[in-house]
Design a protein around this ligand. Structure first.
Ligand SMILES: [Zn+2]
Length: 244
């Protein structure tokens, strides 16, 4: 990694919880963004998405939320939905809406922005959720299941305590399955490291050696038809895939 943190002050307060999150900004370029955490955009709902949405807590927009929208949209974070104020700056023609709503995930301390798009008259009315993946599970979390969520296109981890987490992901290293390419390679690499560590290493793929290659049998499975279905995979299931 060529980047050398200069002004970054890692903050860790055991009394207020632990967050695998790093914020990196380059205000001199007029850009605010995150350099380490992968971003996810959830456009289709599923039972897993519903479960995750169910624990989010609505809150006022804060600095972290501004990193999830384009710089010229930051002001919109503070505008009401047309449902609450038909004269809101985000309202369109009295019934359409382009508002945002802001949340925090209380388990990981990560920001979530819901992006509303409703056409005038309401023929199209949808919410897209933008969020950060954590870089790892929390220190006391244990791996229980890797979840391929076909309906939403998401990948999740269920911990031994039953908590659902977005699969830890580094910026620029999005996961995929069911085709050959970079996304499935990243997922196979994640699974390979998880297996090599006996289920202990749940950190994002970016923590691995740059030249680390996924196990060929795991990569073949992740790239194939079998990995396109929604499924929950235990450590033993993944180990069986690696054995081929
Ligand atoms: Zn709205």
């Amino acid at each position: 990694m060529s980047y050398q943190p200069r002004d970054l002050q890692p903050v860790y307060d055991p009394a207020s919880g632990y967050t695998h999150f790093v914020l990196y900004t380059e205000p001199k370029y007029g850009v605010v963004g995150a350099a380490w955490n992968g971003t996810v955009s959830i456009e289709r709902e599923s039972p897993y998405v519903q479960e995750w949405l169910g624990r989010l807590q609505p809150c006022a927009p804060n600095t972290l939320h501004t990193t999830l929208v384009a710089p010229d949209k930051i002001a919109y974070l503070f505008h009401a939905c047309v449902d609450d104020d038909k004269d809101s700056p985000s309202a369109v023609g009295g019934s359409g809406c382009v508002c945002f709503k802001t949340f925090m995930d209380p388990e990981f301390g990560l920001p979530v922005v819901a992006d509303h798009y409703r056409t005038v008259g309401g023929n199209i009315d949808q919410w897209t959720y933008k969020a950060y993946a954590p870089l790892d599970l929390r220190p006391d979390d244990e791996f229980h299941r890797l979840i391929i969520d076909r309906r939403s296109g998401m990948f999740w981890i269920r911990t031994r305590d039953g908590l659902l987490s977005i699969l830890p992901e580094e910026n620029g290293r999005a996961y995929g399955s069911g085709y050959g390419g970079g996304g499935p390679s990243e997922l196979a690499r994640y699974i390979t490291t998880l297996l090599d560590s006996g289920g202990e290493n749940t950190a994002a793929a970016g923590d691995r050696r740059h030249d680390a290659q996924p196990d060929p049998k795991v990569f073949a499975w992740v790239s194939g038809e079998a990995a396109t279905r929604t499924q929950e995979l235990s450590y033993e299931d993944l180990a069986a895939i690696q054995r081929g």
